[in-house]
Ligand binder design. Structure first.
Ligand SMILES: NC(=O)c1ccc[n+]([C@@H]2O[C@H](COP(=O)([O-])OP(=O)(O)OC[C@H]3O[C@@H](n4cnc5c(N)ncnc54)[C@H](O)[C@@H]3O)[C@@H](O)[C@H]2O)c1
Ligand SMILES: [Zn+2]
Length: 363
């Protein structure tokens, strides 16, 4: 088993990564000295596969669990779902020492984490992420929350889990498209922080695409380590944490103009990262050979690296970017790469250069 420690003073916790961890959920929670009652929050696709295993493990260690299931998909990340979860927690008399287990992808982690952060002003929660994206990204770092009609993640909190259990076996049933979308975040860590990991991805991509457990364990652990290091440095997102948004300003805008229908998040940020890479070559000295390597790796991972946008769509994209919550006082700041493994944040980019770059994405 690999263990990544997230050092946040009294809010420190471990991420454990191995096959078969779901069977150890009960004993791991017992070691945390949590109360006897808990709620497992999951979705309609994940619960039928894994909820029994999770609840049996909890029962074996003396925990009493209630299962709360919401429909699969982004629409469950809503205040209406939060309300339904609260009602069930209250109906089952969960108290201050009780805890929440988030069993699912990023949607469930964000929703259940927000429920845990706010019910009774905060009860402990444990993350059991079951998508690649959730294992390398959303379950680490403590951002929890839900969407409003006005936009994604507009209501939330910083609230750290007590433990993250990444059971590699759960990834076996993940649909290929969801798996590849997770790889877009994995590749991102290589670009922003770790040239050696990027090289390993170039070399071992076929094994990774086959979901080889040994490679998966190494890569997921390294991604968690990187996110943990960045978050430990900047827990509340004042500075360094911005580097995690490489490719995300354009990616989020693409998601927004397609009304979150056409692209999975990972697909949108694959295109966003290719665009950010090209901006980097123009303004941050990123060598063209690195632009090629980055684009090629996304392509080999089965991710989109271009998009045909009409002039009107590009205009919409500029507008969506200005609305992005990371834009302050109307100025667009980008994370740009100087070379693979090294980025800088807070770079201003002119609308004209952005427009020129977006045009190059047409294929
Ligand atoms: N908190 C953060 O820091 C952070 C970071 C990145 C993303 N996010 C959020 O994460 C969410 C996206 O997460 P996601 O990509 O995991 O999406 P998701 O939770 O919707 O999961 C994707 C799909 O896969 C299904 N699924 C999950 N695990 C499965 C498994 N093991 N086998 C078969 N099917 C499975 C789900 O039911 C769902 O249909 C977004 O809401 C995003 O805003 C949060
Ligand atoms: Zn992302």
């Amino acid at each position: 088993m690999r263990i990544v420690h997230v050092p946040l003073a009294t809010r420190s916790y471990d991420i454990r990564i191995a096959p078969g961890l779901l069977a150890r959920l009960g004993s791991e929670c017992a070691a945390l000295k949590l109360g006897r009652r808990c709620a497992v929050i999951s979705d309609g696709r994940v619960a039928p596969r894994f909820a029994n295993r999770a609840r049996t493990a909890l029962a074996d260690s003396g925990f009493e669990s209630v299962l709360i299931t919401v429909p699969a998909g982004e629409t469950s990340k809503s205040l209406a779902s939060v309300q339904r979860c609260f009602d069930q927690l209250a109906a089952h008399r969960l108290e201050r020492k009780s805890f929440v287990v988030a069993l699912g992808g990023g949607v469930i982690g964000d929703l259940a984490g927000f429920v845990a952060a706010t019910y009774l002003r905060g009860i402990p929660f444990v993350q059991v992420p079951t998508t690649l994206l959730a294992q390398v990204d959303s379950s680490v770092g403590g951002k929890v929350g839900v969407n409003l009609k006005a936009g994604k993640n507009l209501v939330g909190a910083f609230y750290q889990p007590r433990l993250v259990l990444c059971d590699l076996d759960t990834l076996k049933t993940l649909p290929p498209r969801e798996y590849r979308a997770g790889l877009a975040e994995v590749i991102k860590y290589g670009i922003i922080y770790d040239e050696a990991m990027f090289r390993r991805l170039e070399r071992d991509l076929p094994k990774l695409l086959r979901r080889d457990p040994k490679i998966l364990a190494d890569i997921i652990a390294r991604c968690c380590e990187i996110k943990a290091e960045v978050v430990a440095e900047d827990e509340n997102e004042g500075g360094l944490r911005a580097i995690l948004n490489f490719g995300h300003t354009i990616g989020h805008a693409l998601e927004a103009i397609s009304h979150y229908g056409q692209y999975l998040h990972g697909e949108a940020i694959s295109i966003g990262q290719v665009a950010a890479t090209r901006l980097s070559a123009r303004t941050a000295g990123l060598p063209l050979s690195h632009v090629q390597r980055i684009t090629e790796l996304f392509r080999r991972a089965g991710l989109p690296v271009g998009v045909n946008l009409t002039a009107a769509q590009r205009k919409g994209l500029h507008q969506a970017m200005r609305l992005d919550k990371k834009v302050s006082q109307g100025e667009m700041h980008f994370v740009l790469a100087r070379k693979i493994g090294r980025v800088e944040y807070g770079r201003k980019i002119s609308p004209a250069l952005l427009e020129e770059t977006l045009k190059t994405l047409n294929h």
